[in-house]
Design a protein around this ligand. Structure first.
Ligand SMILES: [Zn+2]
Length: 216
């Protein structure tokens, strides 16, 4: 009569090894999901095609006429704005279009050019500046502001909302607003109220006058 065949040893507790491999699987799964999320959140927005051009407005007060210009060595598509009447110092700088502030700080160094000391030491780069993400991979930039920006990173701004004041911080010769529109990775010709500015390169000096329709 056959009894139960045994090895004579108690069955091995198998709990340890499987538990460890399950932990490894969980870690791998979490890593995989994280990688997918990173691709979805970081990579996809960078490679997806830009959306249609927002209806950008001149970044200065409604009804005011300003001179838009560039000069050799500026950079292609860069626009410098000077008011045709009155002082530039302290004039309101307005968001060209609604969006989310992605930069509000100092680019380069401020230097020491102020309304009281307009020929003070020149700074480097953009000085006080703001960058706004308008969605669809469109951005605008506002440089050489007089004072720390009036907005914070992450803040939602509406078209026509004041974000700062015209100044001469950074590498600036005289108080003015340096302005750029960007699509995806590149600067593009700035359009205002649906019309191109005509500033497409910095091979020659060029100026044009436009009246702001940045009206709320
Ligand atoms: Zn400029």
């Amino acid at each position: 009569m056959l009894g139960t065949v045994t090895t004579g040893q108690p069955p091995r507790p198998r709990s340890h090894r499987p538990r460890r491999s399950r932990a490894v699987l969980v870690v791998l799964a979490v890593a995989g999901v994280s990688a997918l999320v990173a691709v979805a959140v970081v990579v996809v927005p960078l490679v997806r095609p830009p959306g249609p051009r927002p209806l950008f407005q001149l970044p200065v007060a409604c009804g005011e006429t300003w001179q838009l210009g560039t000069y050799p060595g500026h950079d292609d598509y860069d626009v410098d704005l000077f008011p045709i009447e009155g002082q530039a110092w302290g004039r309101p700088v307005l968001a060209s279009y609604g969006g989310t502030v992605t930069v509000a700080g100092v680019n380069g160094s401020l230097g020491g050019r102020t309304p009281e000391d307009p020929d003070g030491p020149r700074g480097r780069g953009g000085g006080y500046w703001v960058k706004i993400d308008h969605g669809g991979r469109w951005e605008t930039q506002y440089l050489h502001l007089l004072e720390p920006p009036m907005v914070e990173v992450g803040q939602r701004v509406e078209q026509g909302e004041q974000i700062g004041k015209v100044g001469s911080t950074g590498n600036s010769g005289a108080p003015h607003l340096h302005y750029e529109q960007r699509r995806g990775w590149e600067k593009v010709e700035a359009y205002f109220d649906g019309a191109p500015s005509g500033i497409t390169h910095d091979d020659t000096e060029y100026t044009v006058r436009r009246t702001s329709n940045n009206c709320v």
